[in-house]
Write a protein that binds this ligand. Structure first.
Ligand SMILES: O=C(O)COP(=O)(O)O
Ligand SMILES: [Mg+2]
Length: 310
């Protein structure tokens, strides 16, 4: 892993904040733990994003959260008073659908995808013309019975050639059991949205997508192809979509092994770790083989706004 040799700089004053802002033209924002915790916006999220827009900065949102589609995210942003276009948003669900289309080259209208996860994955697949099964189908909410599951009684769907697994807050034995049946076929590809072991919410840390996907990996004795951060395919898609000068880009995130790794291994000019989600100051400063150190860190994103404005 490319190590960040210099110790991370903590943004603690107006001068450091302004110097930080002047270095970059484009900011790539992680969402959970940076902009909000579930339905609670973090302080001054709306203000810092509009300040950056006023300064002429380009804003891109890169989330490992696959539960919502990009369109659904525009509505979440709007609920916080933030106007964001679908093209500015990249989710791990979208990245997984792109992988199915461009790398696995599954055929829309013919190949189907079994989804372990929420609506964000199936909606992105549908936009690309793929039929998906499983996912939010309410019949999966029923307690599992091998003899009665409508997904098993008539046999597996022969057109399913891929499983995409992501965060599912309705995870249960029925979903795990049927997904495993598809993964036991070695012709079925195994795609994971994101590795995040945990998921930050207001006042709590809950299980993340990785904890569910790894359960499927363990039972099937297979490894998934993970598509979200820190996978470089996701970064390459973004860099070419916007023709970005990577040296003038900064990745802002709350997790070292996804967000900071994504920015550092992707050769972006900067990385900013916020301590409002998963990580602590101690871990930000630690030298570890498992995750890189960020270039900058700050308690929370909104502090940049309060430091420069108030
Ligand atoms: O859903 C997750 O696990 C994390 O999402 P994030 O990348 O926006 O922090
Ligand atoms: Mg995050």
């Amino acid at each position: 892993m490319t190590a960040q040799k210099e110790a991370p700089v903590k943004i603690t004053s107006k001068d450091i904040a302004q110097e930080f802002l002047s270095r970059y033209d484009t900011f790539l924002f992680d969402c959970d733990g940076v902009l909000w915790l579930g339905s609670h916006a973090l302080p001054y999220t709306q203000e810092i994003l509009s300040l950056l827009k006023q300064l002429g900065k380009q804003l891109i949102f890169v989330t490992n959260n696959s539960t919502k589609s990009r369109l659904a995210y525009t509505k979440k942003f709007a609920s916080f008073g933030i106007n964001v276009k679908e093209e500015q948003i990249f989710t791990s669900g979208y990245a997984s659908a792109v992988y199915v289309r461009d790398f696995l080259k599954l055929q829309p209208g013919k190949d189907k995808v079994w989804v372990f996860g929420e609506s964000g994955i199936g909606e992105e697949l549908k936009l690309m013309g793929y039929e998906s099964l499983g996912g939010t189908d309410p019949r999966l909410d029923v307690p599992f019975s091998a003899a009665e599951s409508p997904f098993l009684v008539d046999g597996l769907d022969k057109d399913v050639n891929c499983v995409i697994a992501g965060l599912d807050t309705k995870v249960n034995y029925h979903r795990l059991a049927v997904t495993l049946q598809y993964l036991q076929k070695d012709t079925v590809h195994f795609v994971g949205t994101n590795v995040d072991s945990t998921f930050p919410q207001k006042g709590h840390t809950f299980p993340g997508a990785g904890s569910m996907i790894e359960s499927l990996a363990f039972s099937s004795n297979r490894r998934p192809s993970y598509c979200g951060k820190p996978n470089m395919n996701m970064l390459n898609t973004i860099v070419s979509a916007f023709n970005l000068d990577k040296s003038r880009c900064c990745m802002v995130g709350d997790r070292l092994n996804t967000d900071m790794k994504f920015g550092i291994e992707g050769g972006l000019g900067g990385t900013l770790l916020v301590l409002s989600g998963i990580e602590t100051e101690e871990r930000a400063l630690e030298i570890s083989a498992d995750y890189p150190r960020p270039k900058f860190y700050i308690d929370k994103l909104g502090d940049i706004y309060t430091m420069t404005k108030l």
